[in-house]
Design a protein around this ligand. Structure first.
Ligand code: RB5
Length: 157
């Protein structure tokens, strides 16, 4: 059965703006539907504003997955992972991009525009988009993240 076309959201701050524009172009050329949540230019903005926008789009199912960038990717990582629906993964290499899909079912790809170049960012994105989640024991572990209180209440830590 053919998979429905995924809705992707993309956002950045000013430090990630150029990379966002370039990856958006790359995604459009590959036939993807993209919801660009801003910013519209490289003027200085605060990364939490755009990280929250992107996380919210996924939490409300307006988008299936998201791609978000700031200078290092660290600020965006902190912001998007405040949302329980988000499994945001900061990637600077293709190996992590593959494993965070196979093992962690990453639904937000985070990159540092001051860390990765354009070519590497494209390779990371393409790997992340095309790698399926493996499920099985990894799903059990994700279920534990959803219910952290169950681990705490065991009192074994
Ligand atoms: C902006 O200068 C920079 O702090 C931001 O893009 C990000 O790297 C924060 O974590």
């Amino acid at each position: 059965m053919q998979q429905p076309i995924e809705k992707l959201a993309i956002a950045s701050d000013h430090a990630g703006f150029e990379l966002k524009e370039s990856l958006k172009e790359y995604l459009i050329q590959s036939g993807r539907v993209i919801n660009d949540l801003g910013p519209e230019n490289g003027d200085s903005v605060d990364y939490p504003d755009y990280g929250v926008r992107l996380a919210q789009a996924i939490a409300t199912r307006e988008a299936d997955r998201g791609v978000v960038m700031c200078g290092t990717g660290v600020g965006m990582s902190i912001v998007v992972n405040r949302f329980p629906e988000i499994r945001g993964t900061l990637c600077s290499d293709v190996y992590t991009a593959r494993l965070c899909r196979e093992h962690n079912d990453s639904n937000v790809l985070i990159m540092g525009a001051r860390v990765v170049g354009m070519g590497l960012a494209q390779a990371i994105l393409s790997t992340w988009l095309n790698t399926p989640f493996e499920g099985g024991r990894h799903q059990r572990r994700l279920d534990k993240i959803k219910d952290i209180n169950a681990i705490l209440s065991k009192g074994e830590l």
